[in-house]
Design a protein around this ligand. Structure first.
Ligand SMILES: NC(=O)c1ccc[n+]([C@@H]2O[C@H](COP(=O)([O-])OP(=O)(O)OC[C@H]3O[C@@H](n4cnc5c(N)ncnc54)[C@H](O)[C@@H]3O)[C@@H](O)[C@H]2O)c1
Length: 255
């Protein structure tokens, strides 16, 4: 049976972690040649080893998505290795605990924490698209998926800058989708609910019961369940889908 991404080349940022790693494996399973990028080089290499062990093709890249030069080099490296860039999953991101903002209300965030959150979770997505879009335009099309969140759709107490960044990601997604439709580039977002990854471990320890009580499915999602949506959005099966933000959240946003 043909794979959903046969012959495609794909970049995944944050590919050393939970959702990115599961997506790298799903993309490779469906025939894509994958570039796994992460700020933690070793984590990207581990994902590549898993892809190779499963019979797929992958390369690892390292860099910080908040740095223009790093992102430019990342995209040049994918195109250098695979000749083109058909699919891009702009997924690298950080949570409040990674900038020392746990439990902090809007007025309590430090400027440093706010700036870093916006730099990685919002500017990072823009920087990726800044280099992906011209490449895709030059080659005649492509598909981009940006990782937003349920925090891109609603407020979340003590997550001020995270929520602002994720709302911003949806805005960037919609705007690029309109601007590049004529170039045959589809741009969409995925909005995960609470997913079992290293990112959610501290939050689950602190208030896991409350989170599950708020989630109609009464369980966390698995990274593979996000990967399936990203895979579909990047594939030709989603050929008329652009500018959309899809929830994969166990019913969280419906409650
Ligand atoms: N886990 C959830 O419940 C959840 C829910 C909604 C949205 N998200 C979003 O999903 C994405 C992936 O999160 P995850 O849960 O897999 O987390 P994770 O921490 O398991 O993976 C994130 C990966 O991104 C990398 N990364 C962090 N900063 C980076 C940078 N500046 N440049 C390049 N790489 C960087 C990390 O090293 C890590 O490997 C994030 O954008 C996150 O905001 C996660």
């Amino acid at each position: 049976m043909a794979g959903m991404l046969d012959g495609k080349s794909a970049l995944i940022t944050g590919g050393g972690g939970g959702i990115g790693r599961a997506t790298a494996l799903a993309f490779a399973r469906e025939g894509a040649r994958v570039a796994v990028a992460d700020i933690v080089e070793e984590a990207a290499r581990e994902t590549v080893a898993l892809v190779n062990a499963a019979g797929g093709q992958a390369i690892s890249l390292s860099g910080d998505v908040s740095r223009d030069a790093d992102v430019r080099v990342m995209i040049e490296a994918v195109v250098g290795s695979y000749g083109r860039l058909d699919c891009a999953f702009n997924n690298a991101g950080i949570a409040g605990w990674q900038v020392d903002a746990v439990g902090k209300k809007t007025a309590e965030w430090s400027e440093e924490a706010f700036d870093r959150m916006i730099a990685v979770n919002l500017k990072g997505v823009w920087l990726c698209m800044r280099y992906e879009l011209p490449q895709m335009q030059a080659q005649g099309g492509g598909a981009i998926v940006n990782t937003a969140s349920i925090a891109g759709l609603a407020g979340l107490p003590t997550s001020s800058a995270y929520v602002a960044a994720k709302h911003g990601v949806i805005g960037l997604t919609k705007t690029a989708a309109i601007e590049y439709a004529e170039a045959s580039i589809r741009v969409n977002a995925v909005c995960p609910g609470y997913i079992r990854t290293p990112m959610t471990e501290p939050g689950m320890r602190l208030r896991g019961e409350a989170i599950l009580a708020q989630t109609p499915f009464k369980r966390l999602g698995n990274p593979e369940e996000i990967a399936e949506m990203v895979l579909w959005l990047c594939s030709e099966r989603a050929s008329y889908v652009s500018g959309a933000a899809y929830n994969v959240d166990g019913g969280y946003m419906a409650a």
